[in-house]
Design a binder for this molecule. Structure first.
Ligand code: ARG
Length: 570
């Protein structure tokens, strides 16, 4: 299925040839934001006019005149200094929308190859923080988008499960562990004894030596330390998994940093032998110059400390090497907060120097998310955990659901509240430019009005509600012809889905998809307000039912990509 912008661009190229102009100078046609400028727009006349020494408006008119007869084009208009505005043909629009909604991937061209997405990646024995939640939510949306268009996606949770902190934890475990506290809240207790270690080590530096010795024992395979370490991982995973379950996130592999341990020393040796890495005052580094990338001039990535230990960057390089050997991916995405930008620029530059040039390496970084001051402080003055955050969202959503749908059974209301609450948290995160800092605003995000998950969910449920009220069993889509302006507006909005999927995919920005779905939901509401569905008849009824079904499919698919559950009633 040719994307609409490509189809229209092709028609304009034909028009250019027919008018004796250069078809190669036709720029891609783009969808417009303001419907008064047409549904699609071409600005090619400006470039053509220069070469032809004509006025752009005249060239735009010439193109319009020479457009081949095609049902996709309903109307054209020369606007402003030389834009050519295009409106789709009514009948073609309805036919295309029906076909598009039935096509695999809504007509988005299929992709091939493997994409590895490294996200969530919390650190063992520590509580997941809001940054890890953002990584989980954004990474999952990217994984779903990539899967949707046909990539084979490997969702990889790159746990922080190795390093010197484990020696410290083992020392602390033997000295200060409170077994009851550990049973009640394992990660909380591990965090407590870890902090305790640092406090004690301030006065007693010998503790650091002990910790180093325990780390060394662990790394050389001491069974007792290995057992403790794997217990730390197990209890951490139990807690992480409860969050993943609530967020409906799953990983294809959970290879923590420890998974790459065996490769580290040989990799450093290889990089040294290849001249990619060099000795530097007893350590081994990969040195960079200006040409290696932005901000890299005179920096270096340390890959072996003078005491022989490997580092975070060493693991990341070994990880790239193994991912290439295992999956031969076309792309690897890393989703972390912004402070790791330099780290990844260095790792990517080192990978290029090592000759690993096939996968595109991309750091998808995000800004900070903060909670509104004080609003979430727990009664006991505890640090707010992600569980607390999701519980609070659930509680607030429950108030909304109880108010809107008191007639639904209690357990269904509770289930809806979970979907709405978690969906609202997710959407509040995804609907903003990932690179800006955001503050949660509970009232806004749980509201039914505005660019929120509840609004989208409600709009979707409304479609399903119309269908069940009308006892519409047949949900197949057939060609229809919109006639009312609001039918048309909705149909055009729905047609834009594949284009926005491309855009979100190409920029790694799910917020573009959110904006789009918000636009669809608004168009649906305007349509619904002015165009009674079940009270209409004949062709009008068929058209409106088709629009309801197409809306449900597009909203439903878009919400799934974001990880928001479309519910038939709420
Ligand atoms: N564990 C790290 C952190 O919490 C994130 C790991 C990101 N992925 C990676 N391959 N470095 O900051």
């Amino acid at each position: 299925m040719t994307p609409i912008p490509d189809l229209l661009t092709g028609l304009l190229q034909q028009a250019a040839s027919a008018a004796g102009l250069d078809p190669a100078a036709i720029a891609p046609v783009v969808p417009t934001r303001d419907p008064s400028h047409g549904e699609y727009q071409s600005n090619s006349a400006f470039k053509l006019a220069k070469a032809a020494r004509k006025a752009p408006r005249d060239v735009a008119a010439l193109l319009a005149e020479h457009l081949p007869d095609h049902p996709a084009i309903g109307r054209t208009e020369v606007a402003g200094p030389g834009f050519l505005n295009l409106w789709l043909g009514d009948a073609w629009l309805g036919e295309r929308l029906a076909a598009q909604c039935d096509a695999p991937r809504f007509g988005v061209p299929a992709r091939e190859g493997c994409v590895v997405i490294d996200y969530s990646s919390p650190n063992v024995a520590k509580r997941m923080h809001v940054g890890h939640m953002r990584s989980t939510i954004i990474g999952e949306a990217l994984a779903r988008l990539h899967r949707f268009v046909g990539y084979e996606v490997i969702a990889d949770n790159h746990l922080g499960d190795w390093g010197t902190q484990f020696g410290k934890l083992i020392v602390a475990w033997h000295r200060w562990l409170d077994p009851d506290a550990f049973r009640a809240d394992a990660i909380g207790e591990l965090q407590r004894i870890y902090v305790r270690f640092h406090e004690a080590a301030k006065d007693d530096p010998a503790l650091d030596d002990l910790a180093r010795a325990e780390t060394a024992k662990l790394q050389s395979g001491d069974p007792e330390n290995l057992a403790l370490w794997s217990q730390f991982i197990d209890v951490s995973m139990i807690e992480f998994n409860t969050i993943y379950e609530r967020l409906d996130v799953s990983f294809d592999v959970v290879y923590g940093e420890s998974h790459y341990n065996e490769r580290l020393q040989s990799l450093v040796d290889e990089l040294l032998a290849a001249g990619v890495a060099a000795d530097s005052e007893g350590a081994v580094v990969v040195p960079f110059e200006k040409a290696d990338g932005k901000g890299l001039a005179d920096t270096a990535l340390v890959i072996r400390k003078s005491d022989g230990a490997a580092l975070y960057g060493t693991t990341d390089l070994a990880t790239i090497e193994e991912r290439i050997q295992t999956w031969d991916p076309v792309r690897i995405l890393y989703v972390t907060a912004h402070p790791q930008q330099l780290h990844f620029r260095q790792v990517f530059a080192a990978a290029r120097k090592a000759g690993w040039t096939k996968p595109e390496l991309e750091h998808v970084w995000f800004g900070m998310l903060t909670l509104p001051e004080g609003k979430l402080a727990s009664r006991e003055g505890r640090v707010i955990t992600l569980k607390d955050l999701l519980d609070e969202a659930h509680r607030r959503a429950r108030v909304l659901v109880d108010e809107k749908s008191p007639h639904l059974p209690e357990d269904e209301r509770d289930e809806i509240a979970e979907a709405v609450g978690v969906g609202a948290v997710r959407y509040a995160d995804l609907s903003q430019n990932p690179q800006s800092n955001i503050v949660f605003d509970w009232d806004k995000m749980i509201s039914l009005d505005g660019n929120t998950a509840p609004f989208l969910m409600y709009s979707y449920a409304r479609c399903r509600n119309i269908q069940s009220k009308g006892e519409i069993q047949d949900r197949s889509l057939v060609a229809f012809t919109p006639s009312h302006p609001l039918e048309r507006e909705l149909a055009v909005a729905l047609l834009g889905f594949p284009e926005v999927v491309e855009l979100a995919l190409g920029t790694y920005r799910a917020n573009l998809l959110c904006d789009y779905l918000f636009g669809v939901a608004k168009a649906l509401n305007r349509f619904y307000g002015d165009c009674p569905v079940l009270r209409s008849e004949g062709e009008t009824l068929a058209t409106r039912l088709a629009l309801v079904e197409a809306s449900a499919r597009v909203l439903g698919a878009g919400m799934q990509l974001l990880g928001i559950r479309p519910l038939d009633r709420m």
